[in-house]
Write a protein that binds this ligand. Structure first.
Ligand code: MSP
Length: 479
């Protein structure tokens, strides 16, 4: 069938999050970044599909449901709804939200596994290994620290069971080639090097089923076993675009243009996932971008330490756009970095209230006072900020924001220096020229910020687009 939409497409995804707990600042981070890219590409006129969702199968979830004294399905329904609500609160607007317990996904996973079996790359064997339920993954002895999983600080279970395996080892060379020549782009380059050096050691086959896992999809050809949750989860990227049920949609959007992930899950996305897709005859994703990890006041974020940040609480206390700004501004995307409420408040007051907010208040005030609220036709903006937009498109969010805030500081200083409140007495024409230039700059800034701060951007544009501009309400109340 002919393609009905000839626009360039942009299919961007986030990991689907475990519903063992409410949203975390880490999951908010990935999802905000994806939302920014989706908004930016929509602005450019691309046919965007932004997918996020929740991972709801497996032992970890079953255990959390039991702890909460709930039936697993009731439990996952509740927590998944909290994720949707959290994204809403943070002005995140995905085009689709997939849940692994939905029939549309389960049916696609079964089709995927049947195809995998037909590929001849699947065999039966015995497996003995150490399984970390927190990671939902087998661990090698060498990956443990003092016998514990370094991420979860728990002792993995010794598991000895009959499993089905996937011949991942057959893909070492092919993946090396595809990754080295950027057929599958891995970013930033540190992560690409990490994956390439992992491939240098040669790949081992992986298990694709579990005998003892609860609350998971039965393996179609051996229902005593269940499908390994990570593979069930990875396939969400294909089920959401209609792998078995909507060929036209699948052709339109697959392969994904960008999987955004945290650096802890790159092996799954850069090795297992492309190899599985190649085995079933589908294209691997075009790019995987891994961001870094946050610490809080220099410490790992953990419930035991009591330093968990609730992104929704921050959004309600300050404002959703301020949270979006802070997370993308504070740490260069791709690197690890430290955050805290103190740092957030410093940027909130400094960059937002005293920087952008102040410029907006003074400008609208002065246009009302000195131009009778009439900004008329704006001239061209005195600063070219297209490089900031390019930074955003390349996921250099922090750098782009620095460029915009340099322009904000420049504008605020120009106002301080030229003192329109005095100049207006002698040279009102000069004041008019200055204010119109600054209004043009602020309007351009608002447009460029709209993917990152959609609500604030909209407030600024609406205020500047009215025929009679009046002194506006502050954008950010100082804290
Ligand atoms: N279910 C899998 C993903 C399957 S995708 C096919 C999973 N879920 S998760 O809920 O554990 O994901 C959490 C996400 O939050 C990961 O992307 C992880 O990198 C991110 N973060 C968790 N802690 C983090 C920080 N301290 N800092 C930044 N991001 C971190 O993995």
């Amino acid at each position: 069938m002919a393609k009905t939409d000839e626009r360039e497409k942009f299919y961007v995804t986030t990991p689907i999050y475990y519903v063992n707990d409410k949203p975390h600042v880490g999951s908010a981070y990935t999802t905000i970044a994806a939302d920014v890219l989706a908004r930016l590409h929509r602005q450019i006129g691309h046919d965007v599909l932004f997918l996020t969702g929740t991972a709801e199968h497996g032992s970890k979830i079953a255990q959390s449901a039991e702890k909460a004294g709930k039936e697993p399905q009731d439990f996952v329904d509740e927590v998944s709804a909290q994720f949707s609500l959290a994204w809403d609160t943070l002005n995140i607007a995905p085009d689709d939200f997939i849940r692994t317990t939905e029939p549309r996904h389960e049916k696609n996973v079964v089709a995927f596994f049947n195809k995998l079996k037909d590929s001849g790359k699947v065999y039966e064997g015995d497996y003995e290994g150490l399984y970390c339920i927190g990671c939902e993954a087998f661990k090698k002895e060498s990956e443990l620290v003092d016998g514990l999983c370094p991420l979860h600080k728990t002792k993995p279970d010794l598991v000895k069971e009959k499993n089905w395996f996937f011949k991942l080892s057959d893909y070492t060379e092919q993946l090396k080639d595809r990754i080295s020549n950027n057929d599958i782009q891995i970013l930033p380059k540190e992560r690409k090097n990490e994956i390439l050096s992992f491939l240098e050691q040669g790949l081992e086959d992986i298990t694709i089923s579990r005998r003892t896992a609860k609350f998971a999809i039965p393996l179609p050809w051996d229902p005593e076993q269940t499908i390994y949750v990570w593979l069930d989860e990875l396939f969400n990227y294909c089920s959401a675009v209609g792998y078995t049920d909507d060929q036209e949609k699948f052709q339109q959007y697959w392969p994904a243009d960008l999987h955004l992930v945290g650096k802890d899950i790159i092996k799954f996305h850069c090795i297992y996932w492309p190899a599985l897709l190649l085995a079933i005859g589908e294209k691997p994703p075009k790019a995987v971008y891994a961001h870094g990890f946050f610490t809080v006041n220099g410490q790992k974020i953990s419930k035991t330490l009591g330093n968990v940040i609730d992104p929704v609480e921050w959004a309600q206390k300050y404002s959703p756009d301020a949270v979006r700004y802070f997370l993308l501004r504070e740490v260069p995307f791709g690197q690890d970095g430290d955050i805290s409420e103190e740092k957030f408040v410093a940027r909130y007051n400094g960059d937002l209230a005293n920087g952008l907010g102040n410029l907006f208040s003074r400008l609208t005030n002065m246009v009302e006072l000195y131009l009778d609220g009439d900004a008329g036709e704006y001239p061209q903006s005195p600063k070219d900020l297209s490089a900031a937009t390019e930074d955003f498109a390349n996921l250099n969010f922090s750098e782009g924001l620095v460029k915009i805030w340099e322009a904000i500081a420049w504008a605020n200083q120009l106002i301080d220096k030229s003192k329109p409140w005095e100049l207006n007495k002698t040279e009102p024409e000069k004041v008019k020229e200055l204010l119109l230039q600054l209004v043009a700059l602020l309007y351009d800034i608002a447009l460029r910020l709209s993917p990152i701060m959609p609500e604030i951007s909209n407030k600024i544009r609406v205020a500047l687009e009215t025929e009679k501009i009046t002194k506006a309400e502050p954008l950010f109340a100082r804290k």
